[in-house]
Structure formats: structure tokens, C-alpha cells
Write a protein that binds this ligand. Sequence first.
Ligand code: NAD
Length: 470
Amino acid sequence: MEQVSQEVKHTGIDEVFNLQKTQSLKMRQSPAIQRIALLKKLQNWINEHQEDIRRAIFADFKKPYPEIDISEIFVVSSEIKHAIKNLETWMKPKKVSTPLTMLGSNSYIHYEPKGVCLIISPWNYPFNLAMGPLVSALAAGCTAIIKPSELTPHTAALIRRLVEETFDKAQVAVFEGEVEVAQQLLAKPFDHIFFTGSPSVGKIIMKAAAENLSSVTLELGGKSPAIIDREADIQDAAEKIVWGKFVNCGQTCIAPDYILVQRSIQPAFAEALKVQVAKMYDPSGKGVEKSKDYARIVSVKHLKRLKHLLADAERKGAQIYCGGYVDENECFFEPTILTTVEDNMEVMQEEIFGPILPIVTFDELAEAITYINARPKPLALYAFSKNSDTIKHIFKTTSSGGAVSNDCVLHFLQNELPFGGVNNSGLGKAHGHFGFLAFSNEKAVLQQRIGFTASKPLFPPYGFTGKKII
Ligand code: NAD
């Protein structure tokens, strides 16, 4: 019985893959107008089904509607708008200069669609992180198969509906399911794989891609620090960090994972964070669990992992400065701030990906920089200071996928910037033009005149003149 169902799944994937292969050859010469038409169809469906999108994501982990509107619907719509506006410019062949040795020829870069692409997406921004890469794939003239996360089944079903009602499966298709489906897909020789998820699964994807030498974009995670310098505006930093950390219940790849604060301002900063949490999530004083503005943890399994991180930290001496309340039946985890945090705590060793915010102190800025540089390169790094030289120094002496001064998370919304990690936090970039490039082969084209070549003097027979050619 098991064998039969495996067979059926394989057949579906094979059929769609072959259809997309044929379609991708037709798409190779697709003009901007044709790609824009596909993007407009996607935008229309989103416009007409905003309420369905909200309901699906809310059903998955009670994400508040205003957060869905901004971080799922608006972000994707803005990506579509940006692509439509710029596509003709992005697609234009880029002329390059001709060196003296190539005289007579001319050269340009042709942006060719990579072909059949696979998009594997995570659960934390389940609509945005499946649709964002799809926008780039369509803009680049590719076909795509999407494997949404199994942990947000309502959104996965909605994505399937969107795709089935908007595109032919030869252009875009969805395969829902767990790891096994992802593995069946990964066995196919995709022209590009765009994966968003954890670094550990990213390694599995890269190994699978290596079998077919498929190119990859890996949008991964990790521990993104926020440095609070002694010259920071404490109130301003606290407001922005509380939002960036606890939006989506802390389940954001670029959320500040932990704080590095200068010792002299640590007490005032911890207090400002606590006050801000109450202001944003418990203005009535009845408890954050009553707030409609706070999402839930995606599953009991994930909640238990966070509970374990908290228990481990407490056992090893961390103080719960505020929060700590958990309701397993509701997948509720209160915004929690930890002080007296040490390196040996698991909370400092793995990506938290939930509403726990550890505060680590340092005396001199150099210590904070050494601390960051001794760990895998983060996806984002945040620095808060009124001193622009301090900010410049931090950004120059550390490496991260993105860096933001006096704010956090917002760089995701700036579609003129490349979005992505570096090494452990990711390979390749996404968004806007960078997303278009991720799904394009930058083909090098050199056009030569007939009867003319710069290599003529190099044709054999070489003879031996004793003279050096170069
Ligand atoms: P995950 O890596 O567990 O899963 C992501 C996707 O990979 C899912 O669709 C899942 O079904 C699939 N998958 C899981 N195991 C697999 C395997 N063995 N083989 C093939 N496919 C497999 O990640 P998650 O828990 O869904 O998301 C959280 C992680 O994603 C965090 O690390 C977070 O930082 C990261 N993330 C990164 C970004 C970014 O843009 N850089 C955005 C969101 C999330």
C-alpha cells in the first residue's frame, strides 16, 4: 500500500517537472510583457482574496491581522509592484566595455531564465516566503514548483488554491507535504533551488542540489545580535527592539536574537524593554495572553523546545526579568526577557526563534565585536548608538547578511537592497533586482566579426622564435 502511494506521488512530480521543462524552453525568450501579465494575475488573486489569506494564516498560528497585512500581503504586493516597474530595465542586455586585446568584438551580458525552479518555504511567514521567491522566478522568466511548509497547513492549502486558480501547472505548481515530498522533489534536476529555512536543513538541500549541480539560493537563519552602545537612545532602541523581537511571536529569521548591551546602561535598558512590552502587548494590564496583537507559537513541539531553552537558562543561573508564562494548550509563550545570561546556556548556543530575549553585557565595544566574530556570521546585525563613528566601526569590523543602525528588521522591506545571509546564515540574495538575478543565468555573450579574431597571432604552428608572446 505504502509503495503504491509513493509511486503516485512520484508520477505527479515527474509529470509536472516534464511539463515545466517544456514550458521553460518556451519561456526562454519570453518578453517582459508576458512575465508582467503573470505577475499581474498573481497580484489580482491576492487583491481579491485578502480575507482568505488573513483567515488561513490566522488559523495556522493566530497571527494578528495587522501583522498579516504588513508582513505577508503588503510585502508580496510591494515586491510584485517593484518587479513590474523595473522588469524591462532588469531584462535589458548589459553592454560591457571592450579591452584592447578584444578590439573588433563587442560583448554584453544576457539575462537568461535559469529554467525549472524549486521553491521550498518555511512556516514563519508562510505566504510571504513562498510568494516572494515566486515573484522573482516569474520576473526572471522561470517556471516554479513550490513546496510550502507542512507546519502551516491552512496557508499551504491556500497557496495551492492560489496557484491552481492563477497558473497552468506547466508554469507554476504546488506540492504540499512533509520532508518526504521535499526529498522526492530534490531528486529532480532543477535548474535552481530557492530554499528558505534553517541552516541544518540548508546543508541537506545543498547536498541534494550537488547531485544535479543545481544552483541554490539558501535563505537561512541564525543568531542575529543587537548591540546597544552606551551612547544609544535607550527609549528609542527599546521600542524598536520590542517590536522587532516579539512581532510574529519572535518567530522571525531577522528578529534580534539576543542583546549585547554596555554594562553601565544595562539596568535602564532592561527596564525600558519591560515597560515597552507592557505598553505594546498588555496595555490593559490583564496579561499578554488576552492581547489580540500577539501571535502564538506554531506547534506544541516548538513550544516545548522554547520551554526547554528557558528551563536550561534558569537552571544555569539566568534571571527571568519579565515574562516566562506559558500556556501549552494555547501555544502561548509570553514575551520573556532574560538577564545574567552566560555562554554555556543553550539559549546562547542555538537560534531562539521565539519570544525569549537574552541580555548579555559587555564593558568595551571591542568585546562585543569579538563575541560576534567568534560565532557563525549572522543574518542581520543591529547597532544602536547616537555616535555614527561607533556604528561605522561596528559595521566595518563584523560580517553579517544585513546591517541596520538604530532600527531592526526593516531592511527586509527595502526592496532596493539585497536580502540574505552569509555562510551559515545563507548563500545568495533575494528581493527585487537581486531576486531576479538569483533566477537568471548571466550569460556572457561575445560577438565577433567574420574574418577577424584577436587570437589569430596565437594560432599554431607556434614555431619557436625565442621571443616572449606576453
Ligand atoms: P526548516 O528548515 O525546518 O523547514 C523549511 C522547509 O524545509 C519546510 O518546507 C520543510 O518541509 C523542509 N524540510 C525540512 N526538513 C527537510 C529535509 N530533511 N529535506 C528536505 N526538506 C526539508 O525551517 P522552518 O522551521 O520551517 O523555519 C525556521 C528556520 O527558517 C529558522 O532557522 C529561520 O531563521 C529560517 N528562516 C530564514 C529566513 C530568511 O529569509 N533567511 C526566513 C524565514 C525563516
